[in-house]
Design a protein around this ligand. Sequence first.
Ligand code: F6R
Length: 595
Amino acid sequence: MCGIVGYIGKNEIKEILLNGLKELEYRGYDSAGIAVLQDRELSTFKAVGKIINLENKLKDFSTQGFGIGIGHTRWATHGKPTEANAHPHIAEFSNVVHNGIIENYQEIKEMLQAKGHHFLSQTDTEVIVHLFEENLKNCDDSFKAFKKTIDTIKGAYAILLISKKDSTKIFYAKNGSPLIIARGEGGIYFASSDAPLIGLAQEVVYLEDGDIGFMQEGDFDKLQNIQPLNINKSFAQKDGYRYFMEKEIYEQHSVLLETMMGRVSEDRIALENLDRDFFEGIESITICACGTSYHSAMVGKYLLERFAKIRVNVVIASEFRYADFVIKENELFITISQSGETADTLEALKLVKKHHLKTLAICNVDNSSIVRESDRVILTRVGIEKGVASTKAFASQVLVLWMLGVFIAQEKKLINAQEIKEQAQAMLKATKATKVDSKLHERIKRLSKRYLHGHGFFFIGRDVFFPLALEGALKLKEISYLHAEGYASGEMKHGPIALADSHLFTIALMPEHLLFEKIKSNIEELSARDATICVISSQECEVADDMIFIPKASSYMEEFFSMMVALQILALEIAIKLGNDVDMPRNLAKSVTVE
Ligand code: F6R
């Protein structure tokens, strides 16, 4: 979720880098930094928090005449958001910025430490700049040293490196993380997405995986595949999607990999800062949250009880605060929050702290109030969520709760190595299931026009698909303003079925791997009352009026993640057809910091 910029030219380097970083800030903003190289003088500045903090630090710094510079805005994955962990990373005479992950950084770090290199950060990135300088000891060609560095590292990266030893060049390499080189009247620009280039550059080259090289003044024409840059700002920020919500739905499969990174391996689940001791003596868990996060908490109850064999109580934060519920001593209190600032959740957390409960936050924003108040934290790592209707945050919360369930089971020795392996594989498959299939999107888009009227929607499901039904209904409500409710499908006959007629739309979640036949009988009851039924499943269901087919899966959780995407797209397409502002629906705010 980080962003990169770079510049070679005669204009004010600081301004260009800062403006570029501001364009990328929405991706992540726990820290930022720039490095400027002019007249063999290398100046590096870093600050924690928003770009404005970096800007304030740079008040007395300016450049005149030719120079080069690189900049970075960070969303922490390896190591806390501190100044030391912020980019650019520094060795003796070179600086580097990097997006992505260096998988073999540990062994490189040990090798370099043995040769006397000192490291200042907890990041994987820092090894790049040290390795470059180490390689340069044995050769006098800096590009050769850079190439040797890139040949050694494994993983995904977009890298910019500058060095006093070759002070007019920016070295670059790309593999699996986007990087663009551009030319405008002011010089040559680098960026990890189009947004910072708009208004500055007229021509661009979108680098391919495996591209490696260097740029200096006048070098741009040596590049291949130069294209004109003619897009507007809002298009660029949304990476070409119509709405941030749509972009966030589409990026789920990649950000969920970040959620799992370093935590899920074939033989083990490892959650940083959590160990067996933390769960010692815990007899039950209360999960507290609001809205979408509350729905993920409900999914968590099924998963934690199933894997960790622990009693889980789920509460809505605004209810919990004033209800005088019984708080037990040996209870773990988990809060779930995308923003980490939701007033009700935060106050509930403060309340239980007075009872000295152990607390754990599942949150997307490091350093947020809820994170700071909690004993431990599991960050969901999905980057900033801009669409008011939460999508990728929900997906990551469910994934974290699943990991937590398996983790506790592993620590309590409730599952064996083979079962851990199966769960790890299922998690990977579930993540992949969120990759949006264009045919599925097209099918839902066409179908959506049949669901714009009627007197309401029922979303129904069982087990973990019950909270998913609640979430599907909430998504639709929020952005389409149509009336929608989620129900446990077995509950229909206890009242809600009274509403059934042909103008009542039922969206039924029918996983092949979980209670398929049971849900089918509930649907038959609705069909007998003439309700219009749209089934989401990998299996044909004869009583359905419409089918949304998801791919065949090997576990119910894989089906869960596929169906989640289908529900998100259904809400999106209905809202777009109704002419609503999907990213900023009426009456709603992204972060609810009031009671
Ligand atoms: C719905 C949505 C809200 C939030 C709720 C809690 O799409 O986003 O229901 O889930 O306001 O917010 P967080 O998770 O930030 O505590």
